[in-house]
Ligand binder design. Structure first.
Ligand code: GTP
Ligand code: MG
Length: 274
């Protein structure tokens, strides 16, 4: 992560280099994702607020109508997670701003909330490059909903978010009610539409602290498919153990990662160095 290998982004409000990253991955009702989500929120939480006492394992997913219309969700299927500053090896500061593309489910009928006239399927919608939302409040944690004033209040600057790169997550733990074949199929659809944007795309495997050998191999096979080969770096992460979380974001802003300038450590290597 040296400065001259970093590419893309734009100049943010304070004059420094800024990267807006959209975190995506299998989302929907229990029918699609099984009994648990793939780990998008936890990855965002650990990156934006790494401290142990600011890390939560449980995030919003099934909501009441008033919460869906509240200032945090703002009637959209994405969350603004806020900004964080990170340093390169030479000490240059970069700012990352993060959103999560998900699908919120109505606690009254267990169907996704309807937003917009025609709702595109997730794999198309999540590739959006320009997000607009006036007065969208930064999400911090589940308990914040309904008592927003008791938490730090930070709004999405200018109500705009222009995506510079994507992190697509792939869960390598076995989850009840979710078939691996379906996760692969949907993730491939997502990766296809992300690559069409021409923005950098990283595949981050999640929950490596509970990995299944077979799922790890499936993720490797996925990025090595003919249509993806050489285009998508793979980073093995665990948000619970805080392993390789920053690396997933660095891989998204790094040029020449294929030429081995930035070595991406495997989960086990990173775990041992910790
Ligand atoms: P939706 O937005 O509802 O689609 O879910 P999501 O993709 O945001 O998943 P979320 O981050 O909410 O995590 C879903 C479940 O997986 C929660 O119970 C988390 O605690 C668990 N989880 C997330 N990250 C990890 C991890 O690194 N290790 C383990 N073991 N579990 C994790
Ligand atoms: Mg989520």
């Amino acid at each position: 992560r040296t400065f001259d290998t970093i590419t893309g982004g734009h100049y943010g409000g304070g004059g420094g280099r800024m990267f807006c990253i959209s975190v995506v991955g299998l989302s929907g009702t229990e029918k699609e994702k099984g009994c648990l989500g793939v780990g998008k929120s936890c990855l965002c939480n650990r990156f934006i607020r790494p401290q142990a006492d600011e890390y939560n394992r449980d995030h919003i997913s099934i909501l009441s109508q008033p919460d869906f219309s509240g200032p945090i969700v703002n009637n959209e299927h994405w969350l603004y997670w806020g900004e964080t500053r990170k340093c390169t090896d030479e000490g240059f500061e970069l700012t990352f701003s993060v959103v999560e593309q998900t699908e919120f489910v109505d606690d009254a009928c267990f169907q996704p909330f309807r937003s917009g006239k025609t709702m595109e399927p997730y794999h198309k919608r999540c590739a959006a490059l320009r997000l607009n939302s006036a007065e969208k409040l930064m999400y911090i944690c589940k308990n914040q909903l309904g008592i927003e004033k008791e938490y730090e209040q930070h709004y999405l600057p200018d109500g705009k978010f222009n995506v510079d790169g994507f992190i697509c997550v792939f869960d390598v733990s076995q989850i009840q009610g979710r078939s691996i074949e379906r996760q692969i199929e949907l993730t491939a659809l997502i990766l296809n539409s992300l690559l069409k944007t021409k923005k950098p795309v990283v595949l981050a495997t999640t929950k490596n602290d509970e990995y299944s050998e077979r799922y790890v191999r499936e993720a490797e096979k996925l990025v090595n498919r003919r249509e993806f080969k050489g285009l998508i770096p793979l980073v093995e992460t665990s948000a619970h153990d805080n392993i390789n979380i920053d690396m997933a974001f660095w891989a998204c802003v790094q040029r020449d990662w294929t030429k081995g300038k930035t070595k991406i450590l495997s989960y086990h290597e990173a775990f041992q160095r910790q």
